[in-house]
Design a protein. Sequence first.
Length: 169
Amino acid sequence: MLRLTGLLLVSALALSACSESTTTIGADGKPLPRLYRISNANAPKVQFRMLDSVNALRQASGAGPVQLDAQLNAAAATHSRDMSVQNRPWHFGSDGSSPLDRVRRVGYIGQMLGENISETYETEIETLGAWMEDDGTRRVILDKDAVNMGFSWFQESNGKIWWTLIMGS
């Protein structure tokens, strides 16, 4: 467990240097807190940073690597946007859909193993760190049956990010 925590910390520190942030000056002339913004140009980098980090954690736990799956990415993107519309992080869509329903809608033929969600202003690596601290969300990430991963987000104009990660076999 110590090795896993150490690996996560090193990964987070190394990859946080790759984050895109903006600094805004407040009315008093002092800088406001930095805001993590994901540009369209950086979107693929964010997905692959998450994939690489997840696979490093999986390797440290003895699980095999996963690969990004376009269908699971689509289901994750749909749910991230829908959570923003609902203004709450939860696993059910505004139409009453479950994670299983959303995975089926995009045509994924494998088995959906789990879904992690988050509402935050933090980076993808900080979000992964929080997921790894919780037994339930950690189990989804380290599920030995997983071979595919979907990962996406929706960022509101105020900077809030709605993250969704889906694992499938």
